[in-house]
Design a protein around this ligand. Structure first.
Ligand code: COA
Length: 198
């Protein structure tokens, strides 16, 4: 059966969904048991208010969410809180949401490296396809605001015990939009595209 999928930037009309999405994080943390940061409805509303959230609907039903955060005055930007509700999993929604959130993060902060931390194999796969690579925590923002987000995770004691140098999450980093453009240009110079008759 084909579905009508609508993925877009969230706006103030979506505040009504914040509590439901907040509950999804709680449920997901209980189901996965791997540790996932909690986000209150109020917190999610600030992301929506700032134009930094992506929301997805399937046939008008709320289906997924993700948001962008900026750290170190634009040196780093993160895609956080990717979630798809159980009913709509395994239909490619997370991939689509993440791509839109990734482009939003890069376009609005072209100098910023994009990063995320995750325990999810699925998210690691999605990130790899977008050009992220695994890095140590030392390559991420050291901004306290980011790490504060981990304080509601059940593994927070592991993070603090290791002075935020490692935890159970894998850290992943992608080049900034401007860095990527430079890399693409270098690739074109080193490997010029073959002429048709070659
Ligand atoms: C992780 C999550 C966002 C994936 O959402 P989704 O919409 O089902 O993912 P997609 O359908 O886009 O799948 C992406 C890829 O992962 C694969 N995949 C998805 N779920 C999978 C699973 N449970 N087991 C194995 N592979 C899986 C898909 O087949 C697809 O593979 P492909 O690239 O080869 O096509 C969703 O399961 C979720 O919300 N989990 C709880 C919250 C969470 O863990 N968030 C991440 C925190 S960092």
């Amino acid at each position: 059966m084909s579905h009508n999928i609508n993925i877009r930037k969230a706006d103030q009309g979506d505040y009504i969904h914040a509590e439901t999405i907040s509950q999804w994080y709680l449920r997901s943390s209980q189901e996965r048991g791997t540790g996932i940061a909690m986000r209150s409805a109020e917190y999610l509303k600030t992301k929506i208010e700032n134009g930094n959230a992506i929301i997805a609907f399937v046939d008008d039903a709320l289906a997924g969410f993700c948001y962008v955060e900026v750290f170190n005055s634009g040196e780093y930007v993160s895609n956080s809180g990717l979630i798809v509700t159980n009913e709509f999993r395994r239909m490619g929604l997370a991939k689509k949401i993440k791509k839109i959130a990734f482009n939003l993060a890069k376009d609005s902060n072209p100098e910023a490296k994009v990063f995320g931390i995750t325990t999810s194999d699925v998210v690691m796969g999605i990130n790899s396809d977008l050009g992220y690579r695994p890095v140590s925590f030392s390559q991420l923002t050291q901004d306290e605001e980011f790490w504060k987000g981990c304080s509601s995770c059940k593994n927070y004691d592991i993070l603090t015990r290791n002075e935020k140098k490692m935890c159970l999450c894998t850290a992943m980093l992608a080049p900034s939009k401007n860095e990527q453009m430079k890399l693409d240009l270098e690739k074109m110079i080193i490997q010029p595209t073959k002429k048709k008759d070659e």
